[in-house]
Design a protein around this ligand. Structure first.
Ligand SMILES: CC(=O)SCCNC(=O)CCNC(=O)[C@H](O)C(C)(C)COP(=O)(O)OP(=O)(O)OC[C@H]1O[C@@H](n2cnc3c(N)ncnc32)[C@H](O)[C@@H]1OP(=O)(O)O
Ligand SMILES: CC(C)C(=O)C(=O)O
Ligand SMILES: [Mg+2]
Length: 515
C-alpha cells in the first residue's frame, strides 16, 4: 500500500527567510499560483503579523489561489494569531500555524520561560487558533534539541487542545537521519493521542541532511513534509521539495509512499522561484540543477545511446525537461560524437568520423565545452578536403569614381563553365553578388575581414569570411596580392564547404542543386 505524504510548501515563508530572497506581493501570488499547479497540499503564504506586505500576500493568496490549503505562520501570541485569522478569513481552505520552542536552550535564553509556562502558552494559543479555524498546526520549535519527555508532554497537550498537525522542526539542522527517524517513532509510540494528528517534519540543511532527515522521518510514520522549492530558506535552507518528491516517486518501491505532486511542473517552478528570489540554483543541484540531466563522459554517453536506463534513474520529462543533455567535451567518446554530428544532419564515413574525432579531441583539450558551431567547423573542414565543386576561372571588375561597380565572373561548377555580369556597391560587393547569382546560394554573409599579411602596396592580402545557410555556419579564407581575388577565393571556399555539407546531408545524392 502506498501512503500519501502531504507536501507543505513554505517557499513563501521560510524560503523567503533566505538572505536577499524577499518577494513582493505580486511575486508571491505568481509563485503561489505555480505552487498550486505543481499540486502542493498546503502553501504557507507568509507570516501575516510580520509586515503589512506579508499580511496582504497571505490575504490575497488565500482569496485568489485555488486548490491548496493556505496557511499563515503566527507566534504563540494572541496578536499574531488574530492577525493570521484576519488575513485568512473568508477563504475556503485555511490553516493557522503557531509555534513555540520546546528546547531548554531556547526557553531559557530566548523566551525566559519555564517549561510549564511554555506548555500552557502553547495550549492556550492552539485553543485560540481553533476558535477561528478548524485546521491548526503547532510546531515545538527546536524539537530535535529538546528533551524528548518534555516534547511528548507538549505534543500530547496541544493535540488535546485541537491541533490537527504537529510539526517537528529540526530548526537548526542539528539532527542526523537515524536519530531524527527515531524521534518520530518515539513520538508515535510515546504520545498516547498521536494518532489523532498528522506528524509533520520541518528540516533545515545546516549539515546537508534536510532531505535525508525528512525521508527518515517518513519511514517512521511522518505524514507531512515541510519543504521549499530549490531548498531555499533560513541559513543553509530547508528540505528541498523536488528532492523529497522525486526521492519518493523514484524509490516508491522502498518508501511505499508518494505525494500528489505533478512532477512535470518541477523544472518550471524551480526556474520561477530562482528568478523571483534571485537565488541561483547551483548547477549540480539534484533534480533542478543545470547538470542534473547532463552527461559528459564517453562511457556514460555510450551507455545512454544504447539504453537510457544505463545511467538515468529518472526520465528528464518526468520533471518537465525536454530531454537529457549530452555535453561534448574532452571526456566524450566516438559514439556520442558520431551521434551528435548525425543529429546536426551529417553522414560521415567511418574514416571521416575518425579524422574529425581526432580533431575534436584536440580542440576539446583546449576548450571547456564544444558547441555545435565547433562541430560544424570540424565537420566542414573535414569535408572540405573533398575536391572543390566550384572553381574561379576568371573575373573582371570595372569601378571608378563615376561608375557603378560591375563584375563579370566566370565560374566552373561541376565541370560546367558559367559566366555572368552583375553590379554592386563596390568592386567586392559586385563580385560577391555575381557569384551568389551564378550559384543561386541562399547563404548569408555573416563576416568579412581583410588583413594585410605582408607590408607595402604589393602586400599579400588575406580575406576571411563566415557564411551561414540553414543554420550551418562555415568559414572561408583566400589570399592574394589582389584583394578582390582574395575576396572571391574566400567566398568560394566557404560556398564549396556548404556544397559539401549539403551533399553529405542529402544522403545518396551525388549532386547538389547549386544552379
Ligand atoms: C524558526 C523560524 O523560522 S521562526 C520565524 C522567523 N521569522 C521571522 O522572524 C520573520 C518575521 N519576523 C518579524 O517581522 C519580526 O521578528 C516580528 C514582527 C515577528 C517581531 O518583531 P519585534 O516585535 O520587533 O521583535 P523581535 O523580532 O526583535 O524579537 C522577537 C520577539 O518575539 C518573541 N518570540 C519569538 N518567537 C516567538 C514565539 N514563537 N511565540 C511567542 N513569542 C515569540 C521573542 O521572544 C521576542 O520577544 P521579546 O520582544 O519579548 O523579547
Ligand atoms: C516556524 C518553525 C516551524 C521553523 O521555521 C523552524 O523551526 O525552523
Ligand atoms: Mg524553519
Amino acid at each position: 500500500m502506498t501512503r500519501m505524504i502531504r507536501i507543505f510548501d513554505t517557499t513563501l515563508r521560510d524560503g523567503e527567510q533566505s538572505p536577499g530572497a524577499s518577494m513582493n506581493v505580486e511575486e508571491k501570488i505568481m509563485v503561489a499560483k505555480q505552487l498550486a499547479r505543481l499540486g502542493v497540499d498546503i502553501i504557507e503564504a507568509g507570516f501575516a503579523y510580520s509586515s503589512p506586505g506579508d499580511f496582504e500576500a497571505v490575504h490575497r493568496i488565500a482569496q485568489e489561489v485555488e486548490g491548496p490549503t493556505i496557511c499563515s505562520l503566527a507566534r504563540a501570541r494572541p496578536e499574531d494569531i488574530e492577525r493570521a485569522w484576519e488575513a485568512l478569513k473568508g477563504a475556503p481552505k485555511v490553516r493557522i500555524h503557531t509555534f513555540l520552542s520546546a528546547s531548554d536552550i531556547h526557553l531559557k535564553h530566548q523566551f525566559r520561560m519555564t517549561r510549564e509556562e511554555a506548555k500552557k502558552r502553547a495550549v492556550a494559543m492552539v485553543q485560540l487558533a481553533r476558535s477561528y479555524v478548524e485546521d491548526v498546526e503547532f510546531s515545538p520549535m527546536d524539537a530535535s534539541r529538546s528533551d524528548p519527555s518534555y516534547l511528548y508532554e507538549v505534543i500530547e497537550a496541544v493535540i488535546a487542545a485541537g491541533a490537527g498537525t504537529i510539526n517537528i522542526p529540526d530548526t537548526v539542522g542539528y539532527a542526523v537521519p537515524q536519530e531524527f527517524g527515531r524521534l518520530i517513532r518515539g513520538i508515535r509510540e510515546a504520545v498516547p493521542n498521536s494518532s489523532r494528528a498528522v506528524i509533520s517534519v520541518h528540516c533545515h540543511n545546516d549539515l546537508g541532511l534536510a532531505v535525508a532527515n525528512s525521508l527518515a522521518a517518513i519511514v517512521e510514520g511522518a505524514g507531512q513534509v515541510e519543504c521549499t522549492v530549490n531548498g531555499i530558506g533560513e541559513r543553509a535552507g530547508n528540505t528541498s521539495l523536488e528532492e523529497v518528491v522525486m526521492g519518493l516517486r523514484t524509490r516508491r518501491d522502498w518508501y511505499q509512499a508518494d505525494t500528489q505532486i505533478r512532477t512535470e511542473e518541477i523544472s518550471k517552478t524551480s526556474r520561477l522561484v530562482s528568478k523571483t528570489t534571485s537565488m541561483v540554483v547551483q548547477p549540480n543541484k539534484a533534480i533542478v540543477g543545470a547538470n542534473a540531466f547532463a552527461h559528459t563522459s564517453g562511457i556514460h554517453q555510450d551507455g545512454l545511446l544504447k539504453d537510457k536506463t544505463t545511467y538515468e534513474i529518472m526520465r528528464p520529462e518526468s520533471v518537465g525537461l525536454v530531454e537529457s543533455k549530452m555535453v561534448m567535451g574532452k571526456l566524450s567518446g566516438r559514439h556520442a560524437f558520431r551521434q551528435r554530428i548525425e543529429e546536426l544532419g551529417y553522414k560521415l564515413t567511418d574514416e571521416e568520423v575518425n579524422h574529425a574525432f581526432e580533431r575534436f579531441k584536440k580542440l576539446a583539450d583546449q576548450k571547456k565545452e564544444i558547441y555545435e558551431e565547433d562541430l560544424e567547423v570540424i565537420v566542414s573542414e573535414e569535408l572540405a578536403k573533398m575536391a572543390d565543386r566550384i572553381t574561379l576561372k576568371s573575373f573582371r571588375v570595372e569601378s571608378g569614381t563615376n561608375q557603378v561597380p560591375t563584375a563579370t565572373v566566370e565560374l566552373e561548377i561541376d565541370g560546367k563553365a558559367i559566366i555572368r555580369t552583375g553590379t554592386g556597391d563596390g568592386p567586392v560587393d559586385a563580385v560577391y553578388r555575381t557569384i551568389a547569382a551564378i550559384t543561386s546560394t541562399k547563404s548569408t554573409l555573416l563576416m568579412y575581414v581583410v588583413k594585410a599579411i605582408t607590408g607595402g602596396t604589393d602586400a599579400q592580402g588575406e580575406v576571411s569570411v563566415r557564411v551561414q545557410e540553414d543554420g550551418r555556419t562555415v568559414s572561408g579564407h583566400g589570399a592574394d596580392t589582389d584583394i578582390i581575388t582574395a575576396s572571391a577565393r574566400a567566398y568560394l571556399s566557404a560556398l564549396n564547404k556548404l556544397a559539401c555539407l549539403t551533399a553529405k546531408q542529402v544522403q545518396g545524392e551525388e549532386k547538389v542543386n547549386l544552379i
